[in-house]
Design a protein around this ligand. Structure first.
Ligand SMILES: Cc1cc2nc3c(=O)[nH]c(=O)nc-3n(C[C@H](O)[C@H](O)[C@H](O)COP(=O)(O)OP(=O)(O)OC[C@H]3O[C@@H](n4cnc5c(N)ncnc54)[C@H](O)[C@@H]3O)c2cc1C
Length: 331
């Protein structure tokens, strides 16, 4: 069936038409597919045409298994090699390019993440096209909406490039379901990888029993008003009562209160949980850019003029060191 589609696609191409065919680059840890990939699949389906997923990694069979159940995916392409340990962009980019050369996709899509930020611009540069980053809407196969000026303006962009290389803001697209699909897979050759350009030495991953920041239904973020890293314990205690993730403003990260993987905002993570509680955060536009799509926003700040109250659904003008312990006690 898939080869029939490919043949039709080739015929159309020869006749001057191109059917849409999208490659979604799956992000994963060799065990589980990342949520942002499921958001990217939904965006890919909105483009129309075939959707293939590339699972590139080392010993990543479980990811292939998971993705094979994703509804709406037509094919899984597997690049499983020891050379891809660590997901180095120097090695992943040639794999994506080789697959693209073989299948001639019209779109190459990934979730907007640290990994795709280092991978997709390389792919786009090699294809001599402009990367289209962090889209929030698909208007047509060549027309996309993305936010600019830290979310203060929306840009509608029409691309004339023959291949659209796109990253997708996860919070703007529902996650595709991992049920109902029964997708076949195909191995692709992993050859001609650059040797000695970079090497994977190791990684230290922070472990937490709390939900992941970008996937959590409730996020509690602390700002400079927390005054110290020790005081974040208040937020961790509250988070444990609410099964929430803990985030932070950049000021709190820069002050060394918490690690930078907790940063929410323009230069941090973009979140859109059901409930976002901002504690001791003023509400600078760069912070709002990362959380203003949250369904319900609660702000606790002692300054009634703090801009965060302009976006908050519920505001509490109070000293956080009194308000938060009271909340913990009542829960
Ligand atoms: C290019 C660029 C990118 C940036 N990216 C980001 C980003 O990704 N994320 C981000 O967050 N910022 C980002 N920033 C920084 C941003 O401009 C702000 O400086 C930052 O968000 C401020 O953090 P804050 O609200 O914690 O600190 P402040 O602005 O200092 O606010 C602290 C707040 O705490 C309140 N407070 C103090 N004590 C108490 C108390 N006891 N009880 C209750 N309230 C109290 C104060 O009233 C105040 O409103 C970026 C800036 C630039 C230029």
């Amino acid at each position: 069936m898939y080869s029939l589609r490919r043949n039709v696609a080739r015929l159309c191409q020869t006749a001057g038409y191109r059917l849409q065919s999208t490659l979604v680059i799956a992000e994963h840890d060799n065990k589980n597919v990342a949520l942002i990939t499921l958001n990217a699949i939904t965006a890919a389906k909105k483009l129309g045409g075939d959707v293939s997923c590339l699972v590139a990694g080392s010993n990543c069979a479980n990811v292939v298994n998971e993705l094979s159940k994703a509804a709406g995916v037509n094919k899984i392409l597997i690049a499983d090699s020891e050379a891809l340990v660590g997901f180095l962009p120097e090695c992943l980019a040639p794999v994506v390019l080789a697959i693209h050369n073989q299948f001639k996709f019209t779109h190459i899509v990934a979730g907007a993440s640290a990994q795709s930020k280092s991978l997709l611009p390389r792919v786009a540069a090699k294809l001599d096209v402009s990367p289209i980053s962090d889209i929030i809407e698909v208007k047509a196969p060549d027309t996309f909406v993305r936010s600019i000026y830290a979310g203060n303006a929306l840009m509608t962009l029409k691309s004339k490039d023959p291949v659209k290389v796109i990253t997708v803001r996860g919070t703007n697209f529902e996650a595709a379901s991992l049920e109902g699909g029964n997708t076949s897979s195909e191995d692709v050759a992993v050859t001609d990888l650059p040797v000695g350009l970079s090497a994977f030495i190791g990684q230290e991953l922070s472990k937490s029993d709390r939900p992941e920041l970008t996937a959590a239904k409730t996020v509690i973020s602390g700002g400079r008003g927390m005054k110290s890293g020790e005081n974040f314990q208040l937020l961790y205690t509250l988070a444990d009562k609410l099964s929430a993730a803990v985030g932070a403003s950049r000021a709190a990260v820069d002050a060394g209160f918490v690690p930078n993987d907790m940063q929410v905002g323009q230069t941090g993570k973009i979140v859109a949980p059901e409930l976002y509680i901002a504690v001791g955060i003023s509400g600078a536009i760069q912070h709002l850019a990362g959380m203003k799509d949250s369904k319900t926003i609660v702000a606790i700040n002692k300054d009634p003029e703090a801009p965060i109250f302009q976006v908050a659904d519920f505001g509490l003008v109070a000293d956080l060191f009194k308000a938060v312990p009271e909340m913990i006690e009542k829960l």
